[in-house]
Design a protein around this ligand. Structure first.
Ligand SMILES: [Zn+2]
Length: 336
């Protein structure tokens, strides 16, 4: 421990602000982590030197999950309608802390027809100091940011667009064409969004909205806006998954008979949003989000699709199982 003492209110505020996407000085976040009693294994990180990339193929398309690191916050934020005692019990049974839920940031690089396409930009430092690892992981597979031709984001929350901007304000992926859903662009960037639906204080909402505008500012000129449902390039189709945000898409990567479904933020953590069907607090339109979740999870289960969850434990790959009461997440075995 750091020996620094924090009062309870500071700790609570810092924890909530991390979930809300508030940009805090690194010191504040570090203090929140130092104050947490969470074991380092559950917190993740790469203090042990573990890899943050994972290769797979989808037919002729080669793909690599590139971790941008971690974010997280109070479990309640991600399971807004869970009875408190039940939520704590579920977390305890999964050997997870009851005061903090860690989420991964699993971006996917696909290489097809000579183009390198990054699905989700990642958080960077917009939601705490444990994001922004994508550049190290790109380097680990021998690539530089200028090797990325296209970036497609599922929606424009800060943890999906944060890495578009370098610290100096320039484009982080200097050659890339960036695709974002039009309805999100209209809601979050062209207007001042009403974020009163988010279960966080007003101050945090303001910072959340500002982090989005700031992150996309370098790519505003030349942005390609798409409607969820559009095909971006052959082998990459977007599917409407509206509700979490006005324009959120899912991605279907396909080649030959092989497919991979990327579920974006339909679920934050399998334990609370798949194995239990609790509703993510940040869903803007909870009914529409629930309908999207059921439609796409049903399809994934019926077609036995391999699935990648952006926020699931790295590398985030598995399959969706339909059960008597809902769904279950079945992680894929690690392949070498
Ligand atoms: Zn997210």
């Amino acid at each position: 421990m750091s020996g620094i003492t924090l009062n309870r209110r500071q700790i609570m505020l810092t924890a909530v602000s991390a979930a809300a996407g508030l940009i805090l000085p690194t010191g504040g976040m570090a203090l929140a982590q130092a104050a947490s009693s969470t074991p380092s294994m559950a917190q993740g990180g790469n203090a042990g030197g573990n890899v943050g990339y994972y290769r797979l193929s989808i037919g002729d398309i080669s793909a690599t999950v590139l971790s941008d690191g971690l974010i997280g916050g109070p479990p309640r934020v991600y399971a807004s309608n869970a009875p408190e005692a039940e939520l704590e019990e579920v977390l305890r049974q999964a050997f997870l802390p009851t005061d903090h839920l860690t989420l991964n940031l699993n971006t996917l690089l696909i290489e097809t027809n000579g183009r390198r396409i990054l699905l989700e930009a990642g958080a960077g430092q917009t939601m705490g100091p444990q994001g922004g690892r994508i550049f190290d992981n790109l380097a680990a597979i021998g690539l530089r940011p200028e090797d990325i031709d296209v970036v497609v984001v599922s929606h424009t929350h800060p943890d999906h667009v944060g890495n578009l901007r370098m610290a100096n304000g320039g484009k982080a992926f200097p050659r890339a064409t960036v695709f974002a859903p039009r309805a999100d662009w209209d809601f979050f960037i062209r207007n001042d969004p009403d974020l009163s639906y988010m279960p966080v204080p007003e101050d945090f909402r303001r910072h959340f909205a500002a982090a989005i505008k700031r992150s996309v500012e370098p790519v505003t000129n030349g942005i390609e806006l798409y409607e969820a449902g559009a095909e971006i390039v052959p082998g990459l189709t977007t599917l409407p998954a509206l509700g979490h945000t006005p324009g959120m898409a899912n991605f279907l990567v396909h080649s030959g008979n092989d497919q991979l479904l990327l579920t974006a933020d339909l679920a934050y953590h399998p334990i609370v949003n798949i194995d239990h069907s609790w509703l993510p607090g940040p869903d803007r339109d909870k009914d529409t989000a629930l309908a999207s979740r059921r439609r796409i999870f049903d399809m994934a289960a019926a077609d036995r699709l391999p699935v990648l969850g952006f926020h699931f434990p790295f590398p985030g790959l598995g399959r969706m199982l339909k059960t008597d009461t809902g769904y279950a997440w079945v992680p894929a075995n690690w392949q070498f």
